[in-house]
Design a protein around this ligand. Structure first.
Ligand code: BG6
Length: 509
């Protein structure tokens, strides 16, 4: 008798949702993102039985390859980067429906071939597949590709859903993002567009909504009456690797704050949505962004600090300074660290400082949101020695050691009333006993399902850049002024300390 597969009771509720048959086209199919993230994510979806039962993949890139070469490349990427070691039968079945089309992104012939291949898949299977176009190319090709899809009538189909997924960066400033939105919306309706921010695909980021809106105990204190300040940190211990070409034009503000960190801020600060539909959630997020007063040029120096790493030791290893990295100009003034003090000016948050920071080559990798409550109004046992009394702090850790921790004041055993903080912890690993899916697995699946909650809407992109743009302009006008430096492996530039008001400090990395 076959033994029944025992279900892990803690993963009850993890669902499989039906997805319409889909043909996914990846533009930039031989690029780094496709190899490291997209192809392994597709494998893991297949492994879980979460991909549509009928699924085709078309890789589209500039380099010449045969279908079979591309399949071999895809197999290698999956074997190397998948979070699970692949099962041969699942991998073979996935690769069976893979094709490759070489073509320049502005060349009509490639799109004609693409169109034929998509139709051939439909005819062979006798079904009209939904189409998802995933733009994972260098950003200068985003407008070229969406325009070409429109010109070749690949942007709509009378019997199928057609969607386009656009990677980051979406524009390099407010103006270019608006222009890109205009071009995209000439070929596609907003409901067809899925702008990626992979942080929204992280389980722990989505947990912020569950945490706030599935528990009655936090909302009553989630406001200016109880919260003293908030710190959002996205620290990295790695440098820029081989990405100087991109990074030196971007810098930390564009690379991480404009998208990932501000997304964390919106989820932390938004009002409870009426429902979890894409537009209800995104409406609330946009309202938060609108409540952040973009700084005036003259205030930028007061609310923003940037820095650049010099050589140092990270995780026991000697690393080079930013200016010595391959491909970085010797006089580059690109920031590899940024810290900001923002205010959300609405009834809930008025007056609460929200500190944001990110940087490369810092002491350790950690992404967390720390909410510090105000001190208790009166300490009755002051005389007895209450040295250890600290305000409560709630820390939502996005990565690593994913979880939530709440610090509470507790009495130290003994005859006197001495207090010290203790932590109440929830950890993902121990509570669910299963590895979280990678952000891209969730996002690819959502795009195929047409579920847009975890993607950035056009007005949201506009609102995000409206906050960042004045800072970029303020910095540009200060060029020539000193650029703070910090040693690789450190806590970041000392100058960032002055942003933090009212006797608070940055949390140690
Ligand atoms: C990317 C940035 O969007 O996010 C990178 O371009 C950064 O510079 C990365 O390293 C961080 O992502 P994660 O998921 O490792 O926190």
């Amino acid at each position: 008798m076959a033994t029944a597969v025992q279900e892990n009771p803690l993963t009850k509720g993890l669902e499989r949702l039906p997805v319409h048959p889909t043909t996914l086209v990846i533009f930039g199919a031989t690029g780094d993102l496709a190899h490291r993230k997209l192809l392994p994510a597709l494998y893991n979806l297949a492994h879980e039985g979460a991909l549509p039962e009928r699924f085709n993949l078309i890789g589209f890139s500039r380099s010449e390859h045969e279908h079979e070469d591309y399949k071999a490349m895809a197999r290698e990427s999956i074997e190397r980067f998948s979070r699970r070691s692949p099962k041969p039968e699942v991998l073979d079945a996935l690769l069976e429906h893979v094709k490759y089309i070489p073509g320049n992104f502005d060349d009509a012939a490639g799109y004609e071939q693409l169109s034929k291949q998509i139709e051939a898949f439909d005819e062979q299977a006798g079904v009209t597949f939904n189409r998802v176009f995933y733009l994972s190319t260098a950003p200068e090709f985003f407008p070229v590709i969406v325009q070409a899809l429109g010109e070749h009538k690949l942007n709509r189909h009378k019997d199928a859903e057609v969607r386009v997924v656009i990677e980051k960066p979406f524009g390099t400033d407010l103006e270019s993002a608006r222009e890109l939105n205009r071009i995209v919306l000439r070929s596609f309706r907003e409901q067809q567009v899925f702008r990626i921010d992979h942080y929204l695909g992280k389980e722990t980021v989505q947990n912020m909504m569950a945490f706030r809106f599935a528990n009655a105990m936090f909302e009553p204190v989630w406001n200016r009456n109880y919260i003293d300040h908030v710190q959002i940190t996205a620290a990295e211990d790695i440098g820029i690797g081989t990405r100087a070409g991109y990074y030196d034009h971007a810098g930390a503000l564009r690379d991480l704050v404009q998208n990932h960190i501000l997304q964390l801020l919106t989820l932390l600060c938004m009002e409870p949505p009426v429902s979890f539909t894409a537009d209800e959630v995104r409406d609330e997020k946009v309202k938060v962004l609108h409540a952040i007063q973009p700084p005036r040029a003259e205030d930028v120096a007061e609310i923003a600090v940037r820095g650049q790493y010099t050589s140092g030791v990270v995780g026991g290893e000697q690393v080079r300074g930013y200016l010595e990295e391959d491909g970085v100009p010797a006089d580059s003034r690109t920031e590899t660290y940024v810290a900001l003090r923002l205010k959300v000016s609405n009834w809930r948050w008025a007056g609460v400082p929200i500190y944001l920071r990110t940087g490369k080559c810092l002491a350790r990798k950690v992404t967390e949101i720390a909410v510090t409550l105000k001190p208790v109004p009166h300490l009755a046992f002051q005389q007895e020695g209450s040295v250890g009394v600290q305000p409560n702090q709630l820390v939502l850790t996005v990565q690593p050691n994913e979880g939530v921790s709440l610090s509470l004041g507790a009495k130290i055993p003994g005859a006197t009333m001495r207090i010290r903080p203790v932590n109440m912890e929830f950890q993902y690993g121990t509570s669910f006993m299963s590895e979280s899916p990678e952000a891209y697995e969730r996002l690819i699946l959502d795009a195929m399902r047409g579920e847009a909650t975890l993607f950035t809407r056009n007005d949201e992109v506009d609102a995000l850049w409206s906050i960042i743009d004045p800072i970029l302009k303020g910095w540009a006008s200060q060029d020539g002024g000193p650029l703070p430096q910090y040693e690789a492996g450190s806590q970041g530039p000392e100058e960032a300390d002055r942003l933090v008001e009212g006797g608070a400090h940055w949390r140690a990395l």
